[in-house]
Design a protein around this ligand. Structure first.
Ligand code: ATP
Length: 790
């Protein structure tokens, strides 16, 4: 069959590659028949896949299942021409749309947050009324145990089943995924709408069941998912309209990452009423690349989400209480307003603050270590869905029985006038008083944290605090890692606030003059120390706490406590999110390159068997390359294979570097036969759209992996130059690991081509090659270690 192509100065007649190539020069470069089969036949990935089942259950590996995102601005001849054609009007229109998208992300995140909050409060109220009814009215403990179990086990089964059977990626808080995504690792299904739905259902179930998981972490993930989904929804609605031109520049991984960072910040802002804290959390935990314009967008989103969430909550609160004057009664400060006495700090208290930090750091490290061990056990022994479901039911049963037993065994009565909550159980206490410990188990987590911060010093006894603290520590430890959507922000705060209060009671007992009769501030610092010891964030947590208390006077004590907690925790273990990321094998590049790596040069760790593609080649050859490798990017080269020497070793060179092209783009070129369409005809725009969209929707790349092309078409020549990026990032063979790491991480790259001093390709580096190098902190193997890739 003969096919006509008028492509980039190509002959317009039928082309037989071998025949044509003998006599032609293209742009002064002789056309060579490359033998790239050796380097492209078997990819390292294929070999690695075989081992994935045997991978050890540890943090000692990175998984090759994850792919990188493309944050680099893609420039090809086609995209440059498109930009020129669109002109300045499109730039302005894109900007307007971009801000509208950020606005929609904030509103949607707040709306989801309001829905979750309302659902939790509604069901929690129902649960409390039913339990109170059977204990205080019917006085039947057995009936109460059954009802309580029903209210715990049923939501647990629902929350776990939706995750297990519908969307396993919705498990956990999702923050490790957000951190990984913002750092450039593509997490499969992370922004799928089904994942969003399952996350919402599961987090509501966890909170109703009263497990040791909160909604704040999942809200951050939900915000990021909303960010990803909203931009996709805008893109879909504009796809076939004239506005397509304006939304086009927003269709890339970089814009999407920025929107997800903004969504994550909006989630935290809504959860804690902390827009600045949310923005800083996005910066501190997530985004590897930060600019002032991104900061402004993220802050805008967080700032819109906070009042929207608050207004929604106030409207709902006013409706449910029928009190039109109470619009302000839901404080805008998440932790509630503290007494004036709590503001006062003297320098003599500073050693206590440092001790709080150290204790929080040690407890945090203990929590992380135990959670790590538990996760390994889970990976080994709790493998089937049935076992996972049973495990969740076991934890639900544990929380119910331990709560009820603690209420019976440690029955301590308090007069109701000391507190301003009606959600308490009288049990066997005299009229006008309540069973003290019941207030912890039958309050929502927000109410419990506020009671720990604001109740007078004698309103909660030290015994109840110790019992609650121990049970809640175990419960949180068991819950984090279940196949449900549960975060650890509020549970950690509760544990910390409980031991902070215990310390303040002890100090008050021995030295009544030391602290003015207000344990709230030490409960607050205990909460900060505990959360800081587990999560290891400092700047953002300080600001979140200040915004949530509405009091800047806590700044200095919080800073001292959080810094100490982080240093102490880091001395023993990684933070919980880092541990979870390592456990799932995500090839995350930490903010700093591993130390002592300046003497490791590129030639020591690059892949030196490069699958490079000639800039002009036969369609059949290209299809073979795509079918026999799994690489996502290929250097485009001209001229022949040769050898070159450095001081250390001899390297094979794969030809003069011409540019770089992604698999997704090659797939689109082949799938739509773009090589048959002349560059300058009316289909030119379609071509551009397809190429651009291919970058955007490259989650589907596996779909196109096995390409079947007609035998006749296989011998048609294809010129990759209009499609490739002609100026990819490159490093020389002598570049150090430290330098390459910084370049890779700060620019958010996916591939770097290694060249010799005559500009010929000698190697390639991807995230996987860099993520292998880790600082090992175990006493026995302190220093740099190259971990396994599976
Ligand atoms: P990503 O998965 O990050 O999207 P990728 O799939 O192209 O990128 P990796 O899976 O990270 O690449 O690479 C696995 C190994 O294959 C790495 O050691 C890398 O250096 C190597 N590699 C990547 N691209 C090529 C290529 N075109 N030719 C040869 N080796 C490559």
């Amino acid at each position: 069959m003969s096919k006509t192509i008028k492509n980039y100065g190509f002959p317009t007649h039928v082309i037989n590659y071998h025949h044509w190539c003998k006599s032609k020069f293209i742009n002064g470069v002789p056309c060579m028949i490359h033998n790239h089969e050796d380097s492209c036949r078997s990819s390292p990935n294929n070999a690695l896949e075989l081992n994935s089942k045997q991978r050890s259950h540890s943090i000692n590996f990175v998984s090759s299942d994850y792919e990188s995102l493309d944050y680099d601005h893609y420039e090809s001849e086609l995209t440059v021409r498109e930009e020129k054609l669109n002109g300045y009007r499109t730039v302005v229109a894109s900007n307007v749309i971009r801000w509208l998208i950020y606005f929609s992300i904030a509103i949607c995140t707040a709306a989801v947050g309001i829905f979750i909050d309302t659902a939790i409060e509604y069901f929690y109220d129902w649960k409390y009324q039913s339990i109170r009814n059977c204990i205080d009215v019917k006085h039947s403990m057995i009936e109460c145990l059954i009802i309580w179990l029903l209210f715990t086990v049923l939501p647990t089964i629902i929350g776990c089943s939706v995750v297990l059977f519908m969307e396993p990626s919705a498990a956990g808080s999702g923050i490790p995924f957000v951190i990984s995504y913002l750092n450039g690792v593509r997490i499969p299904r992370m922004t799928a709408v089904r994942c969003l739905f399952v996350k919402v259902v599961s987090v509501v179930c966890v909170c109703i069941a009263g497990l040791g998981g909160g909604k704040e972490g999942p809200l951050i993930h939900i915000g990021a998912m909303v960010g990803g989904s909203v931009v996709e929804a805008w893109w879909r609605s504009f796809r076939n309209s004239p506005g397509q031109k304006s939304i086009g520049p927003l269709q890339n991984d970089r814009e999407r990452r920025d929107m997800m960072a903004a969504g994550a910040a909006a989630g935290l802002s809504a959860a804690f009423g902390a827009p600045v804290g949310g923005t800083l959390m996005s910066l501190e935990e997530g985004t590897s690349f930060w600019s002032s314009s991104l900061m402004w967008k993220v802050f805008f989103c967080a700032a819109i989400a906070f009042p929207t969430f608050n207004a929604g909550k106030n409207i709902q609160f006013t409706k449910s209480t029928n009190d039109s004057d109470s619009v302000d009664s839901k404080s805008i400060y998440f932790f509630g307003k503290f007494n004036e006495t709590a503001y006062y700090f003297s320098y003599s208290e500073f050693p206590v603050l440092i001790l709080f930090g150290i204790f929080g750091g040690v407890l945090g490290a203990l929590f992380v270590n135990l959670n790590y061990r538990l996760s390994i056990l889970r990976m080994k022994y709790i493998v089937s869905n049935r076992k996972k479901l049973l495990e969740s039911v076991f934890v639900a049963t544990f929380v119910t029985t331990s709560s009820l037993i603690s209420m019976v065994l440690f029955e301590n009565c308090q007069p109701k006038i000391k507190i301003n909550s009606s959600n308490v159980i009288q049990m066997n206490c005299p009229a006008g008083s309540y069973n003290e410990i019941s207030s912890f188990w039958l309050h929502t987590q927000e109410e419990s944290i506020r009671s720990l911060f604001h109740y007078p010093i004698d309103a909660i006894s030290i015994t109840s605090l110790i019992v609650f603290c121990v049970i809640y520590f175990i419960l949180t430890e068991l819950t984090i890692g279940l196949n449900m959507s549960a975060g650890l922000f509020l549970p950690s705060l509760l544990i910390g606030a409980a031991w902070g209060r215990i310390v303040s009671i002890i100090i008050h007992y021995y030295s009544p003059d030391f602290i003015i009769n207000d344990p709230g501030k030490y409960a607050l610092l205990g909460a900060a120390a505990q959360l800081g010891g587990i999560v290891r964030a400092t700047i953002s947590l300080t600001v979140v706490f200040i915004e949530a208390t509405g009091n800047v006077q806590f700044l200095l004590p919080l800073m001292i406590t959080l810094f100490t907690a982080k240093w102490t925790g880091d001395f023993f273990t990684d933070g919980i999110y880092e541990m979870q990321i390592k456990l799932s094998g995500v090839p995350l590049l930490v903010s700093e390159p591993p130390p002592l790596t300046s003497d490791i040069t590129t030639e020591d760790f690059m892949s030196d068997t490069v699958c490079a593609i000639p800039h002009i080649l036969m369609v059949g050859k290209l299809v073979d390359i795509l079918n026999t490798t799994k690489h996502n990017g290929f250097p485009v080269v001209a001229s022949k294979v040769c050898f070159c020497r450095t001081k250390a070793k001899e390297h094979k060179c794969y030809g003069l570097l011409k540019g770089f092209i992604l698999r997704s783009q090659l797939n689109v070129i082949l799938e739509h036969n773009l090589y048959l369409t002349p560059l300058h005809d009316e289909n030119y725009c379609t071509k551009l759209k397809l190429i651009r969209n291919s970058m955007y929707t490259c989650e589907d790349i596996k779909l196109y992996q096995r390409l079947n092309i007609d035998e006749d078409e296989r011998s048609i020549l294809i010129d990759l130059r209009p499609y490739m990026n002609p100026s990819p990032y490159i490093v020389r063979l002598e570049t150090s690991l430290t330098r390459t790491f910084r370049l890779f991480r700060t620019l958010g790259l996916r591939h770097i081509v290694v060249i010799n001093n005559t500009n010929e390709v000698v190697g390639i580096i991807t995230r996987m090659d860099l993520a292998k190098f880790r600082l090992w902190r175990k006493a026995t193997t302190m220093g740099l270690k190259e971990v396994n890739v599976y």
